[in-house]
Design a binder for this molecule. Structure first.
Ligand SMILES: NC(=O)c1ccc[n+]([C@@H]2O[C@H](COP(=O)([O-])OP(=O)(O)OC[C@H]3O[C@@H](n4cnc5c(N)ncnc54)[C@H](OP(=O)(O)O)[C@@H]3O)[C@@H](O)[C@H]2O)c1
Length: 303
């Protein structure tokens, strides 16, 4: 990753998996630590960054004053979407508040971890938050970058571990495909675009290198484990009932199932060249990610 300019770069949610990796990548790219601000609700978890000269500051999207203080002096800000998924519009209001605070604090360019197909018609229940946040950025006076991430490939390790254990992969995605992308590639794209001094407005689809169906995933799980794994397509209602009877609260089951419906509709199938064109490195393939997590995939079987 090449670094230009001398803007002060801020990452919110800096103790999360994506946020902390973005900060590490900035350091690896030789961005001076004095130009980096790591904002988080848990500064005590980021001693390793403060010891390297990074300014670690408390900020919560639920506390406007904390954001104004933490964002002061930042030129470019990466807004990482929160994991607070629940009450209607709660997360969207958190993000709207963060966009407003960034503008008030004098941030010139804001970047946001959105989702592919961030439109009001998406089948994914959570997409309304991403669409609304993109709207808030567009209505601000700041330049912005929407990083429209596909589904994390990393999450498939958990579902495929279970599928290997059961010999069956259940999904309501039908024959639909998704261009799953690793969290690592999302972090690399976020770090590059945070540091690149671009001043206008842009959107990127951040995807993996290939679109895979559930049958493809079952075949990969089978190959890596050496055990048979069949894909069992289910109607969405049956998938939701299955998750609820396994103990998942119904609203959470409906959110998960909405991803399957969107995959079936083709919302996640587009493959982009964003990762390679921005980072200079091809995106990680699902087969390679799964091979790197072979023990975790098989661990469930052993347990
Ligand atoms: N593309 C996908 O498939 C996919 C999958 C899962 C999640 N996501 C989204 O991508 C985000 C980053 O992923 P991840 O893997 O890094 O998730 P993660 O490790 O669970 O991190 C959750 C993030 O939410 C932040 N957060 C929670 N409440 C907040 C608040 N009140 N104010 C400010 N920040 C708050 C946390 O920041 P601090 O703890 O540092 O304050 C942390 O960065 C997630 O939060 C979620 O919105 C995308």
């Amino acid at each position: 990753m090449s670094v230009k300019g001398n803007s002060t770069l801020l990452v919110t949610g800096a103790s999360g998996q994506l946020g902390s990796r973005v900060v590490e990548l900035l350091l690896e790219a030789q961005v001076e630590p004095g130009r980096i601000i790591a904002a988080t609700r848990t500064p005590e978890k980021l001693d390793r960054f403060s010891q390297q000269g990074i300014s670690v500051r408390y900020a919560s999207f639920d506390d406007h004053d904390s954001m104004l203080k933490a964002f002061a002096g930042a030129d470019r800000l990466l807004l990482i979407s929160t994991d607070t998924v629940g009450a209607a519009d709660y997360r969207l209001n958190q993000h709207r508040g963060a966009v407003k605070a960034a503008e008030e604090a004098g941030v010139k360019h804001i970047l946001y971890t959105s989702i592919v197909e961030a439109t009001p018609t998406s089948a994914v229940i959570l997409t309304a938050d991403h669409y609304g946040t993109e709207q808030a950025m567009a209505e601000s006076k700041m330049g912005y970058t929407a990083l429209r991430n596909n589904i994390y490939a990393d999450l498939q390790v958990f579902s495929l571990a279970r599928a290997i254990q059961m010999g069956q992969l259940f999904s309501a995605a039908g024959e639909g495909k998704a261009a799953y992308v690793t969290r690592e590639d999302c972090a690399r794209v976020a770090a590059v675009t945070l540091a690149d001094e671009f001043e206008g407005r842009r959107k990127f689809d951040v995807t993996g290198p290939e679109a895979l169906s559930q049958a493809d995933l079952a075949a990969l799980a089978s190959q890596i484990s050496g055990k048979p794994v069949s894909y069992i397509p289910l109607p969405v209602e049956a998938l939701i009932e299955g998750m609820v009877s396994a103990g998942l609260p119904r609203p959470a089951a409906e959110v998960y199932a909405s991803f399957d419906v969107a995959i079936a509709r083709g919302e996640f199938s587009k493959v982009s060249n964003t990762v390679e064109s921005l980072t200079g490195r091809p995106p990680i393939r699902m087969a390679d990610l799964l091979a790197a997590h072979r023990e975790q995939l098989l661990g469930v079987t052993a347990g």
